[in-house]
Design a protein around this ligand. Structure first.
Ligand code: NAD
Ligand code: DAU
Length: 361
């Protein structure tokens, strides 16, 4: 049994798919189940893992990681061999509008989870205790922003978070580090770059651009559009997590990235051209005509880049997808999965879009 916090979100949900497909591909049939522990905030969607919930390979507990009694009860009932900690408030723009939830989940929630997980681990003995792992899923944003010619982030780059989101993730990383150093708690941490792929909530750049384009709405590019992100297909991230869980050294951190540095404006034009090919506009115009430059994100980090030498050398992980192959799969997925899209675009979603973009006009 493995317990996954945030398993109904974008990366956690993809991880649930990846976990079982990976085992099937290796010819392994296992009765090891996944327990998804998720509060089901606006970003959590059980439809993402409906098949696995239906056939019993996964179980869902709807609760807050900051609720220690709920965490304790889940650990005692399911006795996991590992905890994979994905749950977080994850959107930088929302953290600028309302940081409190980010402190609650990312810092207080991670602290509560660590405390209960440490108590549970302390109750284990022998091989079960030796095998237990707590894998903390974090972000490259904790390292701050790079200049044009700076070397990519490595595991020894000093932390310099710039947004309430990245500061709260940095805080959680420090707690995880301290629990290993002080208590010998068996932790692993991954710091990954920007993910994209299926089931991505359409508040983030790539799904927002795909869906706005299909509806003929403006494509809002912040600032000059020259900010750079390192893009990784989500299943490559999921595979990295599987491999770090299996082979990672306790107490270590691993940077995960695609060596795919792309300017935002180039991401958007790539999506537009893919849509021109797959779903040409009725009036014959190009999707690029919808691109609109809007007011910048406050404190907007200019560039992220990951040096993946450590995970490649020590774990043997490498991404399977290029940006070209990954964005092709992603755009096709959004064209084919309108039912999933309809379930996530609630009234609350529309309110957020109105609030975030009205003030950028
Ligand atoms: P997401 O926002 O799509 O999903 C977060 C999930 O956590 C949701 O299912 C939500 O319901 C759940 N959740 C939120 N607060 C909770 C709480 N208090 N208790 C229990 N569950 C709660 O996020 P994501 O993009 O899937 O990111 C997952 C993790 O990966 C996060 O820790 C994030 O910081 C990290 N990360 C994300 C990216 C990226 O590009 N998306 C890159 C690197 C790292
Ligand atoms: O680097 C990893 C991080 O990547 C994760 O830790 C975060 O959880 C994840 O949300 C992501 O953060 P970003 O802020 O980089 O992602 P986002 O999709 O919000 O924005 C990507 C870039 O696109 C960023 O430079 C801001 C810009 N942008 C975003 C939106 C939503 C726009 O230009 N227009 C938009 O409408």
């Amino acid at each position: 049994m493995i317990l996954i916090t945030g398993g109904a979100g974008f990366i956690g949900g993809n991880f649930v798919h990846h976990w079982f497909e990976r085992q099937a591909a290796a010819g392994r049939v296992t009765d090891e189940k996944l327990v998804v522990f998720d509060k089901l905030t606006y970003a959590g969607n059980p439809n993402t893992i409906a098949a696995q919930l239906r056939d019993g390979r996964a179980t869902l507990i709807q609760a807050d990681i900051a609720d220690r009694e709920a965490v304790k009860a889940a650990l005692q009932a399911h006795r996991p061999r590992a905890i994979l900690h994905f749950a977080a408030e994850s959107h930088v723009d929302r953290s600028i509008h309302g940081p409190a939830e980010f402190i609650h989940t990312n810092m207080v929630g991670t602290f509560s989870l660590l405390e209960e997980a440490r108590a549970y681990w302390g109750s284990l003995t022998g091989a079960d205790k030796d095998a237990f792992r707590f894998l903390h899923v974090s972000t490259d944003e904790v390292y701050g922003s790079l200049g044009e010619n700076d070397p990519a982030f490595s595991e020894t780059t000093a932390y310099a978070p710039n947004s309430p989101y990245s500061a709260s993730k940095a805080g959680s990383d420090h707690l995880v580090r301290a629990y290993h150093h002080t208590y010998g708690f068996p932790t692993l941490t991954t710091n990954c770059s920007n993910n994209y792929g299926p089931y991505h909530f359409p508040e983030k750049l790539i799904p927002l651009m795909i869906l706005n384009a299909l509806e003929g709405k403006p494509l809002p590019v912040y600032g000059d559009g020259l900010n750079i992100r390192d893009w990784l297909y989500v299943r490559d991230h999921c595979e990295a997590i599987c491999q770090v869980l299996d082979k990672g050294t306790l107490g270590e951190t691993y940077n995960v990235g695609g060596i795919n540095e792309i300017r935002n404006i180039d991401v958007v034009t790539t999506i537009c051209r893919k849509l021109d090919e797959l779903r040409p506009r009725a009036d014959g115009s190009k999707y690029e005509s919808l691109i609109t430059y809007v007011k910048d994100r406050p404190g907007h980090d200019r560039r992220y880049a990951i040096d993946p030498t450590k995970i490649q050398r020590d774990i043997g992980w490498r991404p399977a997808e290029t940006f070209e192959s990954g964005i092709n799969k992603t755009v096709r997925w959004y064209l084919e999965n309108t039912a999933w899209i309809d379930t996530v675009r609630s009234g609350a979603y529309r309110d957020w879009i109105a609030q975030n973009y009205a003030e950028r006009a």
